[in-house]
Structures are given as C-alpha cells and as structure tokens.
Design a protein around this ligand. Structure first.
Ligand code: PBE
Length: 267
C-alpha cells in the first residue's frame, strides 16, 4: 500500500536479535538520536531475525532488521544498509580475539595460535553459506580447514603440538561466530588440544573471559559494538589481535524498499 509511511508499513518495528548483542544497544541509541519515538526494537535471536527476513522477502514486504557483515544474508538476498549520517553504529569495525588473563602462561601454544588467527570475509562466508544450505556446523568448518591448509599453517607456524591440554572457547550463536569458533576448534584439536565450545549470550561471554571460566573468544566486535563490555571488563582480559577487518553493523532493509537512510524512517 503506497499511501503508507515506512513506519506504518512495518508497524514501527525494527526486528532485532538477542538482547545482549552490541547492535541492540546501538539500535536503542539510534531510536533516541534520530528521534524515532514511535519505533520499537524487538528482541529475539539471530535465527528468528533471518526467519522474519526470509518471510518478508519472499512476499516482497517491507522489513527493517538489525544486520551485520559478514553474514550469508547478503549472498542470499538483495539487501542494503541504511545510511547512518549520525554515525551511531561507528564506521568500519573489526572482530578481535580476546583471552583470559594468564592464558599466555597456562596455554602458550594456544595463545600463539589465537593471536595469529586472521582471515577474511570471503573465508568466513564459505562456511556460513554451507551451514545455511544445510551442512552441519562442524562439517562445514572441517571442509574449510581441509581446503585451506596454507592459511591454517600460517596460524600454527612454529607452534609445538600439545598432548590433550584442555581449552574452552566461548561464543554467541551469531552466524559469523558459529563459523569462526568451529574452525578454531578444529585447528586447536589438530594441534593436540581438547576443545570445548560453550555457547552463551554476549554478556556472559565477556564475563566468562574476564573471570577466567572461558579461556578465549573470537567474538569481540570492536571498537564500538562491544565497547560497553570492553570498558566494563577493562584490565580483566587480554586483546590477542584482530581476526577480521572491515566488518560492519547497522540497519538493513531489502533493496526493493524505497528508503536509503535511517532518517527516512521518520517520514
Ligand atoms: N552482531 C554479530 C554482534 C557481533 C557479531 C553484530 C550481531 C553484536 O551486535 O554484538
């Protein structure tokens, strides 16, 4: 119905994800800063958000979701980010690896591998798309590792194998993090570790690394997305390095919607 405003057409609703995600905090800020007083951000999960997106997209209906790159949804659907002239979502973000204090002394080989871990959006995309098309998470990661021996060799170069040392990695069920943690599990297992992956929400993830109940995570989106967590736990974790450059978060809509900027949501 072309007489409706954008807000009316989507019931003044932005489809969000899990409440602890940094993008949720940023989106609440967007509602305030852009004066979108009639709008609500719904909470759910990454999987529920993509299900809603698929449902709307298949019928060419309007929808506004919290989105991020890398994500398979951009390969599957024709989507666009809404411009964010106020810069609430920051600019180019990075995904960083964080470890608990003492990791370097206790698990030095893993500390080295985690510190060297670095890959690209394309690498991660291959795994995300495979999983989305029905492949099991661990099988998709295993295939990628087997097909990318040279890349993995760079992360493990000069590192000695261990004999069954235990390591625990914490992650959130975001598609990007499912891919990265499943890859790292295999890489560390091939180096002799017994790896446990624990899936938690973002707040408990940061808490676990800070209190040492998890050894590391590849899921720290910085400098802005997880700034609240990084500030809260300052001094209680170690930054091990950037594992991916040029990632992004924001509001995402189908290309067929006739809006370009967050400001257009006011109309
Ligand atoms: N995300 C995906 C996360 C980081 C990775 C953008 C949903 C977040 O908002 O915290």
């Amino acid at each position: 119905d072309s007489t409706k405003t954008v807000g009316e057409s989507v019931d003044y609703k932005i489809t969000g994800i899990d409440p602890g995600a940094g993008i949720m905090e940023a989106t609440e800020k967007v509602l305030t800063e852009y004066d979108l007083t009639d709008w609500d951000l719904t909470t759910g999960s990454s999987a529920a958000m993509t299900a809603s997106l698929k449902k709307a997209y298949d019928k060419e209906q309007p929808i506004v979701v919290t989105g991020w790159t890398p994500h398979w949804k951009f390969a599957k659907y024709d989507l666009k980010y809404l411009e964010d002239p106020k810069g609430v979502y920051g600019g180019e973000e990075q995904i960083r690896t964080i470890g608990r204090i003492g990791l370097a002394e206790d698990l030095p080989e893993a500390h080295q591998i985690l510190s060297k871990f670095n890959w690209t959006e394309e690498d991660m995309g291959e795994i995300m798309v495979a999983i989305q098309e029905g492949e099991k998470e661990d099988a998709a990661a295993q295939k990628w590792v087997e097909a990318n021996e040279e890349k993995v060799a760079v992360w493990t170069e000069g590192v000695e194998k261990v004999d069954g040392d235990k390591i625990k990695l914490a992650y959130v069920a975001w598609d990007s993090e499912i891919a990265s943690h499943n890859v790292m599990k295999i890489v560390l297992e091939d180096m002799g570790y017994k790896v446990t992956l624990t899936q938690v929400e973002a707040g408990p993830l940061w808490t676990a690394v800070a209190d040492g109940s998890a050894d590391a995570s590849l899921a720290a989106w910085m400098p802005l997305t997880h700034k609240t967590y990084a500030d809260k736990f300052e001094g209680k974790f170690e930054e091990l390095g950037i594992n991916m450059e040029g990632v992004k978060v924001g509001l995402v809509v189908p290309q067929y919607m006739d809006i370009d900027s967050i400001e257009d949501l006011k109309k």
